[in-house]
Ligand binder design. Structure first.
Ligand code: NAD
Ligand code: MG
Length: 385
């Protein structure tokens, strides 16, 4: 999704990077990646939600021009405060690339503002595109910004796509690890605890996306994300379970050729590629791929009956309007309640389906209507906890 900018500085100098959510799983991965790329990139802004202690350590290590802490105590003098810090960090003149590693719809305004300001957005915060894919495209077109995905599946698709036009693509095949409950039957799933759900087999991630990976709501978010990033209709986007997480996704072209991208399960490469795309740089630090060690690679169909959140999300994507925002908000609220021990694992998908029935047809033509749908869905799920 591009408004035409390349993200490169006209003077060819170092690029300034802002990290939104620098204390999280993707944020700390990004700093590890940037540590090896100091000749090309300069960290100029860091923001976090609450973790002031880690943010202070990061400030000491990186000496950014700007630090923002959205909430919580422990801020140093000189730090920016409040939710507006995200947009202020994302639109600074010395920032070329915004790594949006916030979790949830809270990252929306910063993504839109960065695109309006002509920045490259290295987007981990997939919820942004799910809530407001059309607004993001319009903001990019107006401001000249572009989105480059950090999500490993979408990074894979971007790499497989090369310079091909979407009209040459038959299908996107998005791989899913299947999560910790891939082989659990319905009776066992009904007993799944928080600890079970947080125990992902192949990826170490933040808590919210770990739960999303257990319900497969994450894959629904990714299907919608792919629809907006690559401009393909939903009947040409498929999901296949691939437990080893080595094939990160595939693109089938109209002539029947299938191109896949492979690698060890590490977010370092997709983060780096989002910074350097379309270029590739040496010294990525990513462990080298050994096909013999990675074998066997296996593929299975999705068990839609066991993981209804995936179907709800794809239906929401097809419905369009505010439905994807309702799906996302209901999921965010249900996951928060599950993590607080106030909802069972099975309730997450049930409440999402009910919220879509109640509010999925709300209007979704602008930011205000999408935020109203988001709020209605959250309230609906909270009232049923
Ligand atoms: P995380 O919970 O580990 O980190 C989230 C970061 O965002 C933290 O720095 C936190 O302080 C900040 N944050 C949270 N809520 C905020 C708010 N309301 N305002 C401002 N800052 C806020 O999450 P994560 O696993 O790093 O995931 C971040 C995003 O990347 C999510 O959208 C997730 O789906 C996506 N993603 C993550 C992975 C992964 O491997 N972790 C892979 C692909 C995509
Ligand atoms: Mg992913």
């Amino acid at each position: 999704m591009s408004g035409g900018a390349t993200g490169a500085r006209p003077d060819g100098g170092m690029q300034g990077v802002a990290i939104l959510g620098s204390t999280g799983s993707i944020g700390t991965t990004a700093l590890r990646v940037l540590d090896r790329q100091r000749a090309r990139f300069r960290v100029v802004a860091l923001t976090a939600h609450e973790n002031a202690a880690l943010l202070a350590e990061q400030e000491d290590a990186w000496a950014p021009a700007y630090v923002g802490l959205v909430a919580g105590g422990g801020a140093r003098p000189g730090w920016d405060r409040g939710a507006g810090a995200l947009v202020r960090a994302a639109t600074r003149d010395d920032v070329d690339v915004v790594i949006n590693a916030i979790v949830g719809a809270a990252g929306l305004d910063a993504t839109l503002a960065a695109l309006e300001s002509g920045k490259r957005v290295a987007l981990a915060n997939k919820e942004t595109l799910v809530v407001a894919g059309e607004l993001a495209a319009a903001a990019a077109a107006r401001g000249g910004g572009e989105i480059v995905p950090v999500d490993s599946e979408h990074s894979a698709i971007l790499q497989c796509m090369g310079d091909h036009d979407p009209s040459e693509v038959q299908r996107l095949i998005i791989t899913a690890s299947g999560g910790p409950f891939r082989t659990w039957d319905a009776a066992r799933l009904a007993t799944a605890t928080r600890a079970d759900a947080l125990n992902h087999p192949t990826w170490s991630m933040g808590r919210k996306i770990s739960i999303d990976s257990a319900t497969l709501a994450n894959k629904a978010l990714e299907v919608i994300e792919a629809h907006f990033l690559f401009g393909l209709p939903y009947d040409r986007i498929e999901v296949v379970v691939h437990p080893q997480s080595v094939v990160h996704s595939m693109v089938e072209f109209v002539d029947g050729s299938v191109v896949a991208q492979l690698g060890v399960p590490s977010m370092e490469l997709p983060v780096l590629y989002a910074l350097t795309h379309p270029e590739r740089v040496a010294d990525s630090g990513v462990p080298r791929f050994d096909p013999v060690q990675a074998s066997p690679l296996t593929f299975e169909p999705v068990r839609h009956d066991a993981f209804p959140a995936l179907g709800h999300g794809i239906a929401a994507g097809r419905a369009g309007g505010a439905a994807p925002a309702v799906f996302n908000a209901a999921n965010e609220q249900a996951v928060a309640l599950f993590l607080e021990g106030r909802m069972t694992f099975g309730d997450i998908a049930t409440r999402i389906g009910e919220a879509l029935d109640a509010h999925g047809a709300m209007p979704g033509h602008d930011r205000a209507s999408l935020l109203a749908a988001d709020a209605a869905a959250r309230a609906f799920v909270r009232e049923r906890a």
